[in-house]
Design a protein around this ligand. Structure first.
Ligand code: MF3
Ligand code: CO
Length: 247
């Protein structure tokens, strides 16, 4: 069952999303060549707690950190540590906040200094794919209209969509129904209704869509070692269309 949120609940989710947005702003001041991903993690945790929030990922199924920091061929769930970001890298920062019992979840991918044209194009197209998906968040549309819009945009630029990982409903839990694939034909799945809240999160690869996990059991990487990119926002269905909680 897909949970429907009331207007007051959506307000709480918006507050949670606002803390998450501010956390990204804090990290954006720190992201540069030489910064360790562990430093970003510490800054994010401190800031979220200073706002009365709780890092949503820390302790989730044993995950050890506040942020996921996924570099280059890492797709998602990179564990922060002593690794320094280097000129030319791209890094996906995925974070979640719990505030007043409600979750928000978002991801941004950042360039480190000067990056290749291919990397810049990948970031642009992945971000656009998310926007195309969000555009479909309207009452009366079907869930897979989101999936289809994302896939169409990414593949029309010659990229592939990761299939092994999906977006999700979100609310009092980080992962609620429904699962939201980033590919598929339009017009399928449940009809979107006012009050549903969705974490939409395309993962787009330069090469094959196939991924595998590293020995740390968390980090997903591309099988071919080529670049991958991830963007995510928490979005509510309203009468007037999408309401993005994390922007
Ligand atoms: N955005 C990811 C998701 O929706 C974050 C969860 S990963 C974990 O699944 F680190 F929390 F486990
Ligand atoms: Co998510």
């Amino acid at each position: 069952m897909i949970k429907i949120k009331t207007e007051p609940e959506l307000e709480l989710m918006k507050n949670s999303g606002e803390v998450l947005r501010e956390t990204f702003s804090v990290l954006e001041e720190l992201i540069r060549p030489g910064v360790m991903t562990a430093e970003l993690d510490a800054a994010a945790e401190d800031f979220i707690r200073s706002k009365g929030g709780i890092p949503a990922f820390k302790g989730y199924q044993g995950y050890p950190a506040t942020i996921c920091a996924s570099v280059n061929e890492q797709v998602v769930h990179g564990i922060p540590g002593p690794r320094s970001l280097e000129e030319g890298d791209i890094v996906g920062i995925d974070m979640g906040v719990v505030l007043e019992e409600f979750y928000s979840d978002a991801t941004r991918t950042y360039p480190i200094g000067e990056i290749s044209e291919e990397a810049a194009r990948l970031i642009r197209v992945t971000s656009e794919s998310l926007d195309q998906g969000i555009e479909q968040v309207r009452p009366g549309n079907h869930l897979s209209d989101i999936s289809h819009a994302i896939q169409k945009h990414a593949e029309s630029h010659g990229y592939s969509i990761v299939r092994a990982l999906v977006g999700h409903g979100i609310g009092r839990m980080m992962h609620e129904e429904p699962q939201i694939p980033n590919f598929g034909p339009p017009g399928k799945g449940p009809e979107l209704q006012v009050g549903m809240v969705l974490a939409i999160e395309p993962m787009v690869n330069v090469g094959t869509h196939d991924v595998l996990t590293l020995e740390d059991t968390w980090t997903f990487v591309t099988v071919d070692g080529k670049l991958s990119c991830h963007f995510e926002d928490t979005v509510a269905v309203t009468e007037n269309g999408p309401r993005i909680m994390t922007r």
